[in-house]
Write a protein of this length. Structure first.
Length: 413
C-alpha cells in the first residue's frame, strides 16, 4: 500500500494537468482583457510577457498569470504566501527586464500586474507594497524584502530577492509604484460571461457568444503561433475578426418552445372565438376543429406568458408592438374585405339583407389571417400554428372579429 501511494504521488507530480490548467487560466484571462479593449489598444499573448496590453498613449501593461489547483482546508485556492515562489519569480523576471535596459525608458513605459487565483491572506510583502503606495517610503519595503531574504534557505528564492533589490532605490521606487498584485481572481470563465452580459444585456445569448468567441480565439492563437507569428490583436482587429461572434445577439433566432400542459375548458363551444367562427360558417358544431383551434390558442398563450413574463425573452414594448402589428394586419384586411358592404350600408341597405355576403367575406378574412406567419422583434417567425393561436386569442378577447358587425354581436356584457 505504501509503495502504491508513493507511485501515485510520483505520477501526480509528473502529470501535465496542473500546468495545462495554468495555460488555460492564462488564455481565459487574455480573453477577459480582450473584451475590454479600447480603441487604439492592442493585446498580445506570449509576446512581451504572458499577456500584454499596448495602450493608446504608447505605454504598456505586462501581465503574469499564476494559477493553482491546490486548495486550503476550507476549499479555497491556496494562499499566496509571503515567500511564494511564483510571486518572487515574477518580480525577479520583471527586475531582469528592467536591468537589461540601460535607460529608464522601459520602466517609464511599462506597468506590471501579477494576477493569480491564490488568496492573499496576510501576505507581508503585499501589505508592505500597499503601505509603500500610500507613503512612498522605499526604505521600509526594502527592509521587509531583506528581512524575508534572511528567513529563507532556498537558494532560488535568494537569487530572486537579489535580482529585485539590485535595481536600487530609484528604480525600485518606480517599479513598486507601477506594480499591482491581483489575488483571488478565480472563476475566470464566469467573469468572462459576466463581461459579455454587460456588453449585450441579454443573458440567454451569453453562452452562445462565449462558445463562439472562445473557439475562434483559440483557433487564431494556434494558427498565428504555429506560423511563427505574434498573437496580437488590436481593438480594431478584434471587432473585425471576432465581432461576428456577437452576431448571434442581432440575428433572428427562434424563441424557445416548451411542452406545456394544455387544460381545455369544459364547454369549448362557449368560447367567444369559437362562437365567431361558428357564426360565419367556418366550422361546424361538434367538429374536431373546435378542439384543435382551442389547443393552438392555449399553446400560444402559454408560450407567450413564458417568453414575456417568466423568462423575459421579450421586452414589454416588443410584446405590445407585436400585438399592435397583428391587429393592424387584421384591420387592413377587414377594411379591404368589407369595403363593398360598408358602401351598401351607407347607401341605406339593411345589414340583415347582406348576411350571406358577410359570412362569405368573414370566412375569406379568416383564411387570409390564417396564412400570416407573425414574428416578434429580434426573433424568427413564430410559425403558422402559433400565429393562428395568437389571432384566436385576440378574437376570444374580442379585440378583433370576423363578422362585419362583430363588435355588436359579441360585445362583452
Amino acid at each position: 500500500m505504501i509503495l502504491h501511494n508513493s507511485l501515485n504521488s510520483q505520477q501526480q507530480q509528473h502529470t501535465a494537468g496542473a500546468q495545462s490548467i495554468g495555460f488555460d487560466y492564462q488564455f481565459y484571462y487574455f480573453m477577459f482583457l480582450a473584451l475590454d479593449l479600447k480603441l487604439g489598444q492592442k493585446i498580445g499573448f506570449e509576446v512581451k510577457d504572458d499577456i500584454h496590453i499596448d495602450k493608446e498613449d504608447g505605454n504598456s501593461i505586462l501581465f503574469q498569470s499564476k494559477h493553482t489547483i491546490l486548495k486550503t482546508a476550507n476549499g479555497t485556492p491556496q494562499n499566496l504566501t509571503t515567500l511564494d515562489v511564483d510571486l518572487w519569480k515574477t518580480l525577479s523576471n520583471w527586475s531582469v527586464f528592467i536591468t537589461a535596459d540601460t535607460t529608464t525608458g522601459f520602466l517609464d513605459k511599462h506597468s506590471f500586474v501579477l494576477v493569480t487565483n491564490k488568496s492573499e491572506n496576510n501576505n507581508d510583502f503585499i501589505s508592505s507594497l500597499n503601505q509603500f503606495k500610500a507613503d512612498q517610503d522605499i526604505d521600509n519595503i526594502l527592509t521587509k524584502i531583506n528581512e524575508l531574504k534572511s528567513k529563507t534557505q532556498d537558494n532560488t528564492l535568494k537569487e530572486y530577492f537579489k535580482n529585485v533589490t539590485s535595481l536600487g532605490k530609484r528604480r525600485l521606487k518606480i517599479f513598486f509604484t507601477k506594480l499591482t498584485v491581483e489575488t483571488e481572481v478565480d472563476e475566470i470563465i464566469q467573469k468572462i460571461k459576466n463581461r459579455i452580459l454587460e456588453n449585450i444585456r441579454q443573458e440567454n445569448l451569453v453562452d452562445a457568444i462565449f462558445d463562439s468567441l472562445c473557439s475562434n480565439l483559440q483557433i487564431a492563437k494556434y494558427t498565428d503561433i504555429k506560423d511563427r507569428n505574434k498573437f496580437e490583436i488590436s481593438c480594431e482587429d478584434f471587432n473585425k475578426k471576432f465581432g461576428k461572434c456577437f452576431k448571434v445577439a442581432t440575428e433572428l433566432r427562434p424563441l424557445p418552445k416548451r411542452d406545456f400542459p394544455i387544460l381545455l375548458p369544459e364547454n369549448l363551444e362557449n368560447q367567444a372565438f369559437i362562437k365567431q367562427l361558428l357564426d360565419i360558417g367556418d366550422i361546424q358544431s361538434g367538429s374536431d376543429d373546435i378542439r384543435n383551434f382551442t389547443t393552438q390558442m392555449l399553446k400560444f398563450l402559454n408560450h407567450f406568458t413564458y417568453w414575456s413574463e417568466e423568462e423575459n425573452f421579450i421586452l414589454l414594448t416588443d410584446a405590445e408592438d407585436f400585438k399592435n402589428n397583428s391587429i393592424r394586419i387584421w384591420t387592413n384586411e377587414f377594411r379591404s374585405k368589407y369595403r363593398q358592404i360598408t358602401n351598401q350600408i351607407n347607401s341605406g341597405k339593411a345589414i340583415n339583407d347582406l348576411e350571406d355576403d358577410i359570412k362569405q367575406l368573414g370566412a375569406e378574412l379568416v383564411d387570409f389571417i390564417r396564412r400570416q406567419d407573425l414574428s416578434i422583434n429580434g426573433y424568427s417567425p413564430l410559425g403558422i400554428e402559433f400565429s393562428n393561436g395568437h389571432y384566436y386569442a385576440l378574437s376570444d378577447n374580442l379585440e378583433i372579429g370576423w363578422h362585419f358587425d362583430w363588435k355588436n354581436k359579441y360585445k362583452k356584457e
